[in-house]
Design a protein around this ligand. Structure first.
Ligand code: NCD
Ligand code: ZN
Ligand code: ZN
Length: 443
C-alpha cells in the first residue's frame, strides 16, 4: 500500500509505503505506485502514528454488559488508537496465569493490538503470572477502586521487588484512603438519579490523598530499582513529584487522562453521577495547571483510563454508582482539537499519545511514523472538528462525559497496514475491518 502526499506531525509532506509484513517500508518524497498497489491519496490531510493507550478497561471477562473486546476495540479504532493495554480489575481479576489465559483468549476479538496487565491482590500468583506474556504489572491499586483490589504497603513492596527482578514495569493507582475526607459524603447527596453531582466525590477523595500516595509510591519504587508509571495523575502536584523523582534518578513516568485535562469540578456539574471517577475531578484551577504541564512537556503520557459502566449503573446515586468514565475514542480527537486551536503543538500531541507510551513500555515497533515501525497509522483532516456525541461513538456503554465538546476524528485507521476503521467523509458512515489485533507482550 502507498499513502501519498500526507503531512506528518512535524509539517513535512511525504509518501509512505507499507510492506507486506505490515511495517513501514519507506517515508520519502516522490514514491511512485507499483502495479496493483493500493494507493491512498492523502493530500491536505495529516498522517499520524496510531495512539498507544496504556490504560483501558475492556471489561471481559465478567463485565461484557459494560464493554467487550469487540466494542472496546472498535471504539479504539474509530478514535485512532491502535494499541490498548487492558487492566486487571476484571472478573476474575487477572492475578494468575489461568486468568491471564482466559483474558488472552477473549482479546483475540480485538481489532487493534493489545497488551494485558497483571494485577496484584493477596491471592495473586506471581510465578504463573510472570510466566505469561505480560505487558506490565498493574494498575496496582493502592486504594480501592472498581473491583476493590486495594492492597497495603507490604504487598506493594513485594510486587515492586518481583517486577524489578524480571525487568517488568509497574503501573500504580496512587491514592491514600486514610487521607480521604469521610465527612464529605455526609448529608444530602441528591439521592438516586443524575441530579446528584459528583462534586462531593471530589471533596471526599482529596488531592492530598493522591499526592501523598504518589510520593510514597515513587520512593518505594526507587528503593527497589523498579520502573514505575503513575497512572491517571489528576493533580499538578503529583506530576511535579514524578518529574522531581526522575531528576533524582528514578525510572518514573506519569500519565494524565483526558477527563482530568478537559473536565473539572466546576465544568462537570451537569454530569451528575456520571462525573464520578477515581481519582476524581479537581478544581478548574488545578485542571488548568495540569494542562499547562502537558503543554510544556512535564507530562509523559496521556492515556484514557477508559472505564465504561452502564447508564443504569451510573444512575444509582453518588454513593452507589460505580467510578469511571469511557474515553478511548475521544483521546486523539480532544487533543487534536487543542492542536487545532493552538493550545498544544501537533508534535506534542503525537508524543504523549504515541511516541512516549511506546518508549516508556519498550514497544520499539510502535509509536512513530518511521521506516521499520509497524504501520499503525491514522489519517485525519486536522482542520475539521465535529461535536462529540455519544450516539456517534462505539463503546457499548452508550454515553460520554465529553458530550458537546469538539473533537477532530480520524478518517482512516490502520493496524500493521490493515484498514481497521474507515469513515466516509461525505456521509460520516463508519466501517470496520477484521479483528487483526495481536498481543504486543508476545515479542
Ligand atoms: N478510574 C475509575 O474510576 N474506575 C476504573 C478503575 C480505576 O482505574 O481506578 C474502573 O475500572 O472502573
Ligand atoms: Zn485506577
Ligand atoms: Zn484504570
Amino acid at each position: 500500500m502507498l499513502i501519498t502526499g500526507a503531512t506528518l506531525a512535524d509539517g513535512r509532506v511525504r509518501d509512505v509505503r507499507i510492506g507486506d509484513d505490515g511495517r513501514i517500508d519507506a517515508v520519502a518524497g516522490g514514491l511512485g505506485a507499483d502495479a496493483g498497489e493500493r494507493v491512498i491519496e492523502a493530500r491536505g490531510r495529516h498522517l499520524l502514528p496510531g495512539a498507544v493507550d496504556v490504560h483501558v478497561h475492556f471489561r471481559e471477562p465478567g463485565g461484557s454488559h459494560k464493554e467487550t473486546w469487540t466494542s472496546g476495540s472498535r471504539s479504539a479504532a474509530a478514535g485512532g488508537v491502535t494499541t490498548v493495554v487492558d487492566q486487571p480489575n476484571t472478573s476474575p481479576p487477572t492475578v494468575d496465569g489461568a486468568a491471564f489465559d482466559e483474558k488472552a483468549a477473549l482479546a483475540a476479538d480485538s481489532l487493534v493490538d493489545y497488551g494485558i496487565n497483571g494485577g496484584v491482590t493477596a491471592e495473586w500468583d506471581p510465578e504463573s503470572l510472570f510466566d505469561r506474556p505480560l505487558f506490565a504489572l498493574g494498575e496496582v491499586f493502592l486504594a480501592d477502586s472498581t473491583g476493590d483490589m486495594g492492597i497495603d504497603a507490604d504487598l506493594f513492596a513485594d510486587a515492586l521487588e518481583a517486577a524489578a527482578r524480571r525487568d517488568v514495569p509497574v503501573t500504580v493507582h496512587a491514592e491514600d484512603a486514610t487521607l480521604f475526607d469521610e465527612g464529605a459524603l455526609d448529608g444530602d447527596l441528591g439521592g438516586v438519579g443524575t441530579a446528584a453531582t459528583a462534586d462531593a466525590w471530589s471533596a471526599y477523595r482529596t488531592a492530598d490523598a493522591e499526592v501523598a500516595a504518589v510520593e510514597r509510591a515513587l520512593a518505594a519504587a526507587a528503593d527497589r530499582d523498579a520502573q514505575v508509571h503513575v497512572a491517571h495523575t489528576s493533580t499538578p502536584e503529583a506530576v511535579d513529584a514524578v518529574v522531581e523523582a526522575r531528576d533524582d534518578g528514578a525510572n518514573a513516568t506519569c500519565e494524565v487522562t483526558p477527563h482530568h485535562l478537559f473536565l473539572s469540578r466546576e465544568r462537570a456539574r451537569s454530569l451528575g453521577t456520571f462525573g464520578r471517577m477515581n481519582p476524581p475531578l479537581r478544581s478548574e484551577e488545578r485542571r488548568e495547571a495540569l494542562f499547562a504541564r502537558l503543554a510544556e512537556g512535564a507530562v509523559d503520557v496521556v492515556a484514557t483510563d477508559h472505564a465504561p459502566h452502564a447508564v443504569a449503573e451510573k444512575r444509582r446515586g453518588l454513593v452507589d454508582a460505580p467510578s469511571g468514565v469511557p474515553g478511548v475514542e475521544t483521546l486523539y480527537p480532544l487533543l487534536l482539537e487543542s492542536a487545532r486551536t493552538g493550545e498544544l503543538s501537533l508534535e506534542r500531541v503525537r508524543d504523549v499519545v504515541a511516541a512516549n507510551p511506546a518508549e516508556t513500555f519498550g514497544l520499539d515497533r510502535k509509536g512513530r511514523v518511521a521506516e521499520g515501525r509497524d504501520a499503525d497509522l491514522v489519517l485525519v483532516d486536522t482542520a475539521d472538528p465535529r461535536e462529540i456525541e455519544a450516539a456517534a461513538l462505539h463503546s457499548a456503554c452508550g454515553w460520554t462525559p465529553f458530550e458537546g465538546l469538539r473533537g477532530v476524528f480520524p478518517e482512516v485507521t490502520l493496524v500493521r497496514g490493515e484498514v481497521v476503521y474507515e469513515r466516509d467523509p461525505a456521509t460520516g458512515a463508519a466501517s470496520f475491518g477484521e479483528p487483526v489485533g495481536r498481543n504486543v507482550g508476545e515479542s
